[in-house]
Design a protein. Structure first.
Length: 570
């Protein structure tokens, strides 16, 4: 875990403490200690601007500051608003010229060929308030970062699929909101990696000046200091109620190139990986065993070996899936696969008749060790065989003969989405992804899946266009009718009796009513009644959901036929 920089550290340098204002005013040189500590931190401040503080980090070619030309660097100054420009000139016997100039064009020989990291440009007459902070795009792109406004940071996904803020923009008000402090930080390892590969060093241009506005009349004749070390040099001075230091500090990469190469070799070496141990059903030998999922402990159909096949299943409690279903932004689940963004991919999972999740041990081996250990915590001995679909697809190499109503509904809705009739509101990818079978017998999960199914199916029908369809068939809807009631009238207009129409739409009405009962502000007694009914009729909430989905699939087909939508079955 990275130790994150706290803006309070800079705030202490930007404003005088109430009880030690006098000593703070004459102690500007104390700020240099912050720079020294900052250079050794896990998250480095590369820019800070506020009362009494200016820190501006730029990159210089390493060979041009080794050793540092201290006088050249002390005379160099880089404004934060300096950027790339199209320059135009005339004269000198060369006539008219148009050319590009870099942001460090006036910065001196030591910084020539270097890179600015921070840009703060103003849009005169248009932009109001503080100038925005822009970052060197070469740095941002090389580190694979993206700006997230809600985090005020340049971020990426880490090896766990979580958002990691690499460069942060921090802001705070100072002095009862009269002034502000802005800082930019970057993770030290990322900056060192970039500097190593670019053959650059970080040069801090800094100024810490402390005085009381309205009571400062200039420096006059005052005592001066001149500190010089190879990579830290500055000048300063002070009077009775004010002080300053102005200088340069060079920070070099802490990571040699060979270390980056060695680390990459280590990451790609399969013998260096860790593997968890799982209880599995060894299909080759027909026994239950406990084994590591490392490749050397497994075999495949083409090897002469007594080791278990990679396609031997490990079984898990169904609540292992809760983590993935509860965070759809991070995890993508379809009927058989799980993807963690930018991190890992689980090729196949299934749920058998006993409600156990099962995954082939060879697929588990491809997960990061932390993810293997997560699955390991839910691992148990099998209570039955793998699912029928998994057996037909994976073992027999055949298409599954199992009826999957939810998959069929999604297929038909996808077809409607492609060329939506006027009466259909296309369902989003999020709606399609959210509708899944309950993995467990949890009432909460069951209620969530009921709501997702209702949003996918029932909410797709648009009331006004359906009224128009009914009118075209020679009937008229009452103003109080909702979409399902209008659909019933359409079914009657196509030749069904009212009882037949009501029976046909009962599954959709039941789904919509259940959603209202389970997810709205119904009484606890009403919710308990529905749960008891589902369990007593179907055994488990998962079985009830699958039955309801199949009934809705049949009702959906009847509605499509009445609406002249054709047969959308695959």
């Amino acid at each position: 875990m990275t130790r994150r920089f706290k803006l309070a550290t800079l705030k202490a340098l930007a404003q005088a403490p109430a009880d030690k204002a006098a000593s703070w005013l004459v102690g500007a040189e104390d700020s240099v200690e912050f720079l020294k500590a900052n250079a050794q931190s896990e998250e480095i401040v590369i820019y800070a601007s506020g009362p009494a503080i200016l820190i501006h980090g730029v990159l210089a070619p390493a060979q041009q500051v080794t050793p540092a030309d201290q006088e050249d660097l002390m005379h160099s100054f880089v404004q934060t608003d300096e950027s790339w420009v199209i320059q135009k000139s005339y004269g000198g016997g060369e006539g008219h010229k148009v050319y590009l100039e870099s942001p460090l064009r006036h910065a001196g020989k030591s910084l020539s060929g270097g890179e600015k990291l921070i840009f703060r440009r103003s849009f005169e007459g248009v932009q109001k308030g503080e100038s925005p902070v822009e970052l060197n795009q070469k740095l941002v792109h090389a580190l694979g970062l993206h700006f997230l406004p809600e985090r005020d940071a340049y971020s990426r996904l880490d090896e766990r699929g979580d958002i990691e803020d690499v460069i942060r923009v921090l802001r705070a008000e100072i002095g009862n909101g009269r002034e502000s402090l802005t800082a930019v930080t970057i993770l030290a390892r990322d900056l060192s990696t970039y500097m190593t590969l670019a053959d650059m060093a970080l040069v801090f241009l800094f100024d810490f000046t402390r005085f009381v506005p309205g009571r400062f009349n200039g420096w006059g004749d005052h005592g001066r200091i001149d500190r010089r070390a190879p990579d830290l040099f500055y000048r300063g001075g002070g009077i009775a109620n004010a002080s300053y230091v102005n200088g340069r500090m060079i920070v070099r990469s802490a990571i040699p190139l060979q270390q980056l190469v060695d680390e990459w070799k280590e990451e790609s070496n399969p013998t260096k990986r860790d593997y968890a141990t799982f209880k599995i059903f060894d299909r080759k030998n027909g026994v239950e065993v406990e084994t590591s999922c490392a490749p050397e402990f497994l075999s495949n159909y083409f090897q002469e070996s007594d080791l278990p096949w990679e396609i031997s299943p490990a079984f898990f409690r169904p609540d292992a899936l809760h983590r993935f279903k509860s965070d759809p932004e991070k995890y993508t689940l379809d009927d058989r696969t799980i993807i963690c963004r930018n991190a890992w991919y689980l090729k196949g999972y299934e749920i058998n008749e006993e409600g156990q999740v099962h995954v082939y041990v060879g697929d588990l081996a491809r997960l990061p060790i932390e993810e293997q250990r997560y699955w390991q915590s839910f691992n148990e001995w099998p209570k039955g065989p793998i699912s029928k679909r998994a057996y037909e697809n994976d073992i027999m190499g055949e298409f599954s003969s199992e009826y999957d109503p939810l998959s069929l509904l999604k297929y038909k809705i996808g077809k409607l989405n492609d060329t939506p009739p006027t009466w259909w509101l296309p369902r989003s990818r999020e709606h399609l992804d959210a509708a899944r079978y309950p993995a467990t017998d949890s009432t909460f999960e069951w209620a969530n899946e009921i709501m997702a199914l209702d949003q996918l199916v029932v909410e797709g029908f648009q009331l006004k266009p359906l009224r128009k369809v009914l009118e075209d068939k020679g009937a008229k809807a009452e103003t109080s009718w909702a979409s399902l009631r209008v659909l019933g009238a359409i079914l009657v207009a196509t030749g069904l009796t009212e009882d037949q129409a009501k029976t046909t739409l009962t599954p959709l009405s039941r789904l919509h009513g259940l959603r209202s009962t389970l997810r709205a502000h119904s009484s606890v007694a009403e919710k308990d009644k529905e749960e008891r009914l589902a369990r007593s009729t179907h055994g488990t909430l998962r079985a009830h959901f699958k039955w309801l989905a199949s009934e809705c699939d049949k009702a959906f087909d009847a509605v499509l036929q009445a609406l002249d939508a054709g047969d959308l079955n695959p």
